[in-house]
Ligand binder design. Structure first.
Ligand code: PLP
Length: 392
């Protein structure tokens, strides 16, 4: 279409619709299908949060907030990061955004260019690649399947060297706990990456939207604790407080960088919505119990599903967080991931997402979300068990 070709620049034309959404649309009509495809909490937003939002609306909090967000929200985030994550920021470091998505686009839109090379461990959330291409940046996707879905310091060193050899400035984009694998890095592993980042003076964008959905000892750690001057932290109320539709997130970054990001954020969206910031503020101030209640439910489902699938002989990456299991396709299956997921959806009536949606077109893994009821998870296991038996 020449209108499109004449009008829309190439990186935009090249964006293919999300594989997740198109697959989901294709299989949704199958009668009785159980969908383990959703990337969002199945819980309602906690009452205290919703009530704070309603109160804000009734109090007339329906006009522009300051560009960087309300002082109340930013201070609540500062206190929250201190209290729950041992991260030390002040309000000058915090920019309220329209979800983690806009935090990512404002940050990556500010720092990526033809002169940068994004180092992205895959499997990964699709927006990192899209934002890189929109900015005209180069990509270095690092497949972490062989290293337990963890980026290693050696892989990072090599990637930084490749960027330098290509005369590009490296930018590292990481996401732990990870979508789609659930894998997180422990403190030692984060420290080791931080040392490489500091040694080569590389900026790291750390997407920590799943930090609160964490099953390890204590709390999910952050590379921001070991390389604070090099880290731009992205977070969101979407997963933490089951607030995906409210569109609240934030950037936490060195103040001089945050000031720059606000300019892009301001020109993109002016500001987030005032009343949704008020609602999320209530969560960050008083929502610890809500977080813990939801995480315990995710943990029980994770334990059930991981054990059940492993007992069926499937290889599953052990998740430290988030609400996904990354599952290897059985060896006997010879087609693509999309073919596997389509067959499973049609024959077993269980829908999962092909790993190809996360950066490697040849991925032999699939993602199952357990942001689903325990009944549906139990029924899914029954169906998969029966289906696997029919395959020989
Ligand atoms: N980052 C990751 C890794 C995600 O999985 C998601 C949502 O699925 C987001 C960021 C963006 O979420 P939101 O814009 O709702 O905060």
């Amino acid at each position: 279409d020449h209108v499109v070709n004449d009008t829309v620049r190439e990186p935009v034309r090249d964006i293919r619709g999300s594989l997740i959404r198109s697959f989901d649309a294709d299989i949704s009509d199958i009668p009785g299908i159980i969908k383990l495809t959703l990337g969002e909490p199945d819980f309602p937003t906690p009452n205290r949060v919703t009530e704070a939002g309603i109160k804000a609306l009734q109090a007339g909090r329906t006009h522009y907030a300051p560009n960087a967000g309300t002082m109340g929200f930013r201070q609540a985030v500062v206190d929250y990061l201190q209290r729950r994550r041992d991260l030390h920021y002040s309000v000058d470091n915090i920019v309220a955004t329209v979800g983690g998505s806009e935090a990512l686009s404002s940050v990556l839109g500010s720092i990526l260019s033809e002169e940068t090379q994004s180092i992205i461990p895959i499997p990964a959330f699709g927006a990192y690649k899209t934002q890189t291409l929109l900015a005209g940046g180069a990509l270095d996707l690092i497949d972490t399947t062989e290293t337990g879905f963890k980026l290693t310091p050696d892989q990072l060193e090599a990637a930084i060297e490749r960027a330098h050899n290509a005369q590009k400035k490296p930018v590292l984009i990481i996401n732990y706990p990870n979508n789609p694998t659930g894998v997180a890095l422990n403190s030692e592993e984060l420290k080791a990456l931080a040392q490489v980042v500091i040694k080569h003076d590389v900026i790291v964008v750390s997407d920590e939207v799943y930090a609160e959905v964490y099953y390890g000892e204590g709390r999910a750690d952050s590379i921001a604790r070991y390389a604070p001057k090099h880290t731009i932290l992205i977070d969101s109320a979407s997963k933490t407080f089951a607030m995906t539709g409210w569109r609240v997130g934030y950037i936490a970054a060195p103040a001089e960088l945050a000031d720059q990001f606000v300019k892009v954020h301001q020109s993109n969206v002016a500001t987030g919505a005032t009343f949704t910031m008020d609602a999320a503020e209530e969560g960050y101030r008083h929502g610890d119990e809500d977080i813990e209640r939801m995480v315990e439910a995710y943990r029980a489902r994770k334990d059930f599903l991981y054990t059940a699938l492993t007992n069926l002989g499937l290889t599953v990456a052990y998740p430290d967080g988030a609400f996904y299991l990354f599952i290897q396709m059985p060896q006997w299956f010879e087609g693509t991931g999309l073919e596997f997921c389509t067959k499973l959806a049609k024959e077993a009536k269980v829908a999962v997402i092909p790993g190809a949606a996360f950066g490697n077109p040849n991925s032999r893994w699939v993602r199952a979300s357990y942001a689903a009821s325990m009944e549906n998870l139990q029924e899914s296991v029954q169906r998969i068990r029966a289906w696997l038996k029919e395959q020989n």
